[in-house]
Design a protein around this ligand. Structure first.
Ligand code: IPE
Ligand code: IPE
Ligand code: MG
Ligand code: MG
Ligand code: MG
Length: 299
C-alpha cells in the first residue's frame, strides 16, 4: 500500500502560484461580460492540480531552459483542459455535479453557460499562445495544441459514444481511449514545454516517450481512484465509471493488473528521463520527482 504523498512539493507549489497569477491576469486582460468571466475563472482557477502547466515548465527545464518560458504554453493547455472538464461533466456526457470538491460549472451556473464558457476557453487557449511567442515557435506550439485538442475530443467520443475498431483486443481499445482522451493533452503539455525550452530533436523524442507513458498512467490512476479513492481528496463523485459502464483499466483488466501497468509505465517514463539526463545533467530531476508523486497520487 502506497503512502499518501502530496502531489506538489515546495518547488511545484511556488510554480503553481505563478501559473495561477498568470492565468488570472490573462483572463483579466480579455473583454467578457461579467458572468462569462466569472464562469471561466471558476473553471480554470477554482482548485485543480495544474499538472499540465507544471509539466510544460519541467519539460522546458529538462531541455536545459528556465521553465518560465513555457508559462504561456502551459496556460494554453490548462485552458483546453478546463474546457474539456466543463463539457465532460455536462448531463449529456458524464453528468457530474461535483468537481474539485465544488459544484460543477453547470450546477454552479447553468447548462448554457457551461457550454459557452467551455467554447470560450477553447478559443482563449489559442490566444494565450498567439499573444506571446515568436512567429516560428508560435506555429509549432499551435500545431501541438491543435493535435492535442483534436485527439482529446476523439478520445471523448470513443469514451462516450463508442465506435472503437472491433478487430483490436480490449486492451488495445483501452489504450486507444486513454491515449486520446487524456494522454494527448499531457503529451502536448510536455512537447510544448520542451519546444519553448529550445529542445533538440533527440530531447523532443525522449520527452514524447516520457509524456506518452505518464499520459496513459495518469488516466489509469484516475480510473483506480474512481474505485478506491478517498472522496474528499478526489473531490469528485466516485464509483461513476462502473455505474456508467465505462471501459476503464480496472473494469477490463482488474485493479491489481491496472496497478502493475501503472508501475510498468513509470519504469518506461524513468528510462526516458535517464536519456534526458545524459543530454542535460540535472535537468530532468523535477520531472523525476513529479513522476514518483503521480504514480502514488491520491487526488
Ligand atoms: C482530470 O484531470 C481528468 C482527467 C484527464 C483524468 P486532473 O486530475 O488533472 O484534474 P484537475 O485539473 O487536477 O482537477
Ligand atoms: C476525462 O476522463 C477525460 C477528459 C478529456 C475530460 P474522466 O471522465 O474519467 O475524467 P473525470 O474523472 O471526470 O475527471
Ligand atoms: Mg468522461
Ligand atoms: Mg468525467
Ligand atoms: Mg475519471
Amino acid at each position: 500500500v502506497s503512502k499518501a504523498i502530496p502531489i506538489s512539493d515546495e518547488q511545484t507549489t511556488a510554480i503553481i502560484s505563478q501559473i495561477d497569477r498568470s492565468i488570472a491576469s490573462f483572463i483579466e486582460s480579455k473583454e467578457f461580460p461579467k458572468q462569462l468571466h466569472n464562469a471561466i475563472a471558476y473553471s480554470v482557477l477554482n482548485g485543480g492540480k495544474r499538472l499540465r502547466p507544471v509539466l510544460a515548465w519541467y519539460a522546458s527545464m529538462a531541455c536545459g531552459s528556465s521553465g518560465k518560458d513555457a508559462l504561456p504554453a502551459g496556460i494554453a493547455v490548462e485552458l483546453i483542459h478546463a474546457f474539456s472538464l466543463v463539457h465532460d461533466d455536462l448531463p449529456a456526457l458524464d453528468n457530474d455535479e461535483l468537481r474539485r470538491g465544488k459544484p460543477t460549472l453547470h450546477i454552479h451556473t447553468n447548462e448554457p453557460m457551461a457550454i459557452l464558457a467551455g467554447d470560450a476557453m477553447l478559443s482563449l487557449a489559442y490566444e494565450a499562445i498567439i499573444d506571446t511567442a515568436s512567429a516560428d515557435l508560435t506555429q509549432k506550439l499551435l500545431a501541438e495544441l491543435a493535435l492535442g485538442t483534436r485527439s482529446m475530443i476523439i478520445g471523448q467520443v470513443f469514451d462516450t459514444l463508442g465506435g472503437l475498431p472491433d478487430e483490436i483486443t480490449p486492451e488495445m481499445q483501452l489504450r486507444l481511449i486513454h491515449k486520446n482522451k487524456t494522454g494527448a493533452l499531457l503529451v502536448a503539455s510536455c512537447r510544448m514545454g520542451a519546444l519553448c525550452g529550445g529542445a533538440s530533436k533527440e530531447q523532443l523524442v525522449l520527452i514524447t516517450e516520457f509524456a506518452e507513458s505518464i499520459g496513459l498512467q495518469f488516466q489509469i490512476v484516475d480510473d483506480l481512484l474512481d474505485i478506491e479513492g478517498c472522496p474528499t481528496l478526489v473531490g469528485k463523485a466516485l464509483g461513476k465509471d462502473a455505474q456508467a459502464g465505462k471501459i476503464t483499466y480496472p473494469a477490463v483488466l482488474g485493479v491489481e493488473r491496472s496497478r502493475e501497468i501503472a508501475q510498468e509505465l513509470s519504469a518506461v517514463a524513468n528510462r526516458a528521463l535517464d536519456g534526458l539526463e545524459k543530454l542535460h545533467s540535472g535537468g530532468a530531476e523535477s520531472l523525476r520527482d513529479l513522476l514518483t508523486r503521480l504514480e502514488h497520487r491520491k487526488q
